[in-house]
Write a protein that binds this ligand. Structure first.
Ligand SMILES: Cc1cc2nc3c(=O)[nH]c(=O)nc-3n(C[C@H](O)[C@H](O)[C@H](O)COP(=O)(O)OP(=O)(O)OC[C@H]3O[C@@H](n4cnc5c(N)ncnc54)[C@H](O)[C@@H]3O)c2cc1C
Ligand SMILES: *[C@@H]1O[C@H](CO)[C@@H](O)[C@H](O)[C@H]1NC(C)=O
Ligand SMILES: *[C@@H]1O[C@H](CO)[C@@H](O)[C@H](O)[C@H]1NC(C)=O
Ligand SMILES: *[C@@H]1O[C@H](CO)[C@@H](O)[C@H](O)[C@H]1NC(C)=O
Ligand SMILES: *[C@@H]1O[C@H](CO)[C@@H](O)[C@H](O)[C@H]1NC(C)=O
Length: 526
């Protein structure tokens, strides 16, 4: 059928790609908004909205709210602009191997499971260090979330018109990965698609044809520069509350922050603006699946006993903060027998099994500045095991403690065995053998018992961790924190499952979507 056609196109693309010319670089964006790391510019000031975390969800939210209201976006990391490790596709994966405790754009952490992981620490958040793979959520996910389908579509399209690109060509390794998936029966072939559909597809990417990454920070270009203040290199320490005894009401009225490289005791404050003596706007946490639960805890919202342990004054006893943490178990096989020097290659092709339970992607990742490994990775889309997050200290710059409980349930273990069997088949496909020009492949487990051990030992992250402030348990359907006024959370911490093939698209969309909803909500009241 069409397979022949695919083959032909890909061979054409391959020879094109192998031609080896490079594209000129484009000038950096069209930035009119104000970015500063001078805390004095913000200290003591008031804004209609304060967004904590200039990440994947925070940036589109800030851009949207700034169309009508004054917005402070506060980010602990620095600027992504001018940092080639962030902006250049050919350095994909480099931030992950060059981490330090306080400054690097990727912050390293190890979960209590012993699995190494990272999270973004830069304006643009994890969209500045990730694989750039872009895929919308399924209709089921949108339905379950109770979102308005039409508004969701518009929000995706808004994002896509600004920072998402179809591949100009597939790299040789992505073409081979595509063939190996088809050869292994991951069908049908869907060609280029942004939808989450079973079979093999080519996705969109935040890397453009020039090999340049467009992080969520580029969406700030769509904001109103007159109403938008972006403070970088500043870490939020806690939320400031107002207690109104008469109305029995607790309201977020501002934030306390420090310079990221400064003294923990040298704090500054910013506030939600008062209109006619009352506050209408919100503090919105968009600090990510680790950052937002951590900030609620540091602010006195969480399980009473835990807060007491750290001498944090109780604002609201809420046992579900930090609960429901989840990371999709991932198994990656290295298909080349030893490190080589190749150009890093982010995933652009995905295979989704017919039961939608397993998602396969392939990449070339750097191990060091001059060596790479070629891998095929698969994740379980719907694991049942869940873990939890707790404070491990009171410094907002350091990681909280998190346990994901990978493969703790028997269901997850069984799925992992099936997933590994499929990975074996893909890794041993003719397409991959041909690409590598090797007859010897890494020895993979084969007996089922061995495979269980293999899963337990080799389970890793594909960085789609989520949860900690689940909808229905910490926040309501409008992402408002239960029991407190003027406080919302909007990021991956609210998800109980990872949306789409990969989650970034839906987090970008959600920032826009919820921004529009808040604007409409306020128009309605006026
Ligand atoms: C290495 C890697 C590869 C990935 N590959 C892909 C992919 O190819 N496709 C895909 O769809 N998804 C991918 N993901 C997942 C995806 O990038 C994340 O799920 C998503 O970006 C998370 O968005 P978020 O808004 O929840 O948090 P983030 O984007 O992480 O944003 C949180 C922001 O808050 C800031 N912050 C935290 N605490 C504070 C504080 N106290 N004060 C101030 N600021 C604070 C952080 O610095 C950060 O900028 C990948 C992730 C990683 C890490
Ligand atoms: C943020 O801090 C880093 C490290 O101190 C510095 O290099 C960078 O210039 C700062 N960013 C801005 C926008 O000032
Ligand atoms: C503030 O109050 C005045 C007088 O009551 C009213 O005219 C005005 O519309 C109010 N403004 C807002 C923003 O509510
Ligand atoms: C990378 O560089 C190191 C040190 O210069 C060298 O020992 C190693 O062989 C190199 N590896 C590759 C794959 O080129
Ligand atoms: C005050 O509000 C809290 C949380 O909303 C509620 O649990 C409590 O019962 C209220 N107390 C009174 C006296 O109304």
């Amino acid at each position: 059928m069409e397979l022949q056609q695919i083959l032909l196109t890909s061979i054409l693309l391959l020879s094109f790609a192998n031609f080896g010319f490079s594209f000129p670089s484009q000038p950096q964006g069209n930035r009119k908004w104000h970015m500063t790391s001078d805390v004095k510019e913000v200290s003591g000031k008031s804004y209609d909205y304060i967004i904590v975390g200039g990440g994947t969800c925070g940036c589109p939210l800030a851009a949207t709210l700034s169309q009508k209201f004054s917005v402070l976006l506060i980010e602990r990391g620095g600027s992504p602009y001018g940092n080639p490790y962030v902006t250049e596709r050919r350095y994909y994966g480099f931030p992950l191997i060059q981490t330090d405790k306080y400054m690097s754009v990727a912050q390293f952490f190890t979960s209590q499971d012993g699995v190494a992981n990272v999270r973004g620490r830069v304006l643009g958040g994890s969209s500045a260090i990730n694989g750039g793979f872009y895929s919308r959520a399924s209709d089921e996910f949108v339905g379950k979330s109770g979102w308005d389908k039409k508004m969701v579509k518009e929000a995706y399209e808004w994002v896509e018109s600004k920072v998402v690109f179809p591949p100009f060509f597939l790299s040789p390794w992505q073409s081979v990965a595509e063939f190996s998936l088809l050869e292994s029966g991951v069908l049908p072939y869907n060609g280029y698609s942004l939808e989450h559909v079973k079979g093999t597809k080519i996705s969109g990417s935040v890397f453009d044809a020039f090999g340049r990454r467009h992080t969520s920070a580029d969406l700030l270009d769509a904001g109103n520069p007159k109403l938008l203040t972006v403070l970088v290199n500043a870490t939020v320490k806690s939320i400031i509350f107002d207690h109104n005894g008469n109305k029995n009401e607790t309201r977020a009225k501002g934030i306390r922050f420090i310079q990221s490289h400064g003294n923990l005791e040298q704090t500054h404050e910013a506030f939600i603006k008062k209109h006619n003596n009352s506050r209408r706007g919100d503090v919105i946490l968009a600090a990510g699946a680790l950052g937002s639960p951590q900030l609620l805890l540091l602010s006195g919202i969480g399980p009473k006993e835990q807060l007491k342990k750290f001498n944090i004054p109780l604002v609201l006893d809420m046992k579900n903060v930090g609960k429901g943490m989840q990371d999709n178990p991932c198994i990656a096989v290295l298909v080349d027998s030893k490190p080589q020097k190749r150009i890093p290659d982010p995933p652009q092709v995905a295979g989704i099994t017919s039961d939608l339970k397993v998602i396969i992607e392939a990449a070339i990742l750097p191990l060091s500045s001059n060596s790479t490994r070629v891998n095929v990775a698969a994740k379980l889309a719907f694991p049942s095991s869940r873990g939890f997050l707790e404070l491990s200290n009171t410094d907002p710059r350091l990681n909280p403690s998190v346990r994901f409980n990978y493969l703790a349930s028997e269901d997850d273990m069984e799925e992992c065995v099936k997933m590994t069997q499929l990975l074996n088949k893909i890794a041993r496909s003719k397409s991959i053998a041909f690409f590598l020009g090797e007859s010897s492949q890494n020895k993979l487990a084969s007996a089922e018992d061995d495979m269980r051990k293999f899963c337990k030992k080799n389970v890793r992250t594909i960085y789609h961790y989520h949860g900690g402030n689940l909808v229905g348990s910490v926040v309501d359907k409008d992402y408002k924190v239960y029991g407190v006024k003027g406080l919302r959370v909007l990021d991956g911490s609210t998800f109980s499952e990872s949306p789409g093939t990969n989650p970034m698209a839906t987090l970008l969309m959600l920032g826009r979507y919820q921004g529009i909803k808040i604007l409409r909500e306020r128009e309605g009241v006026k």
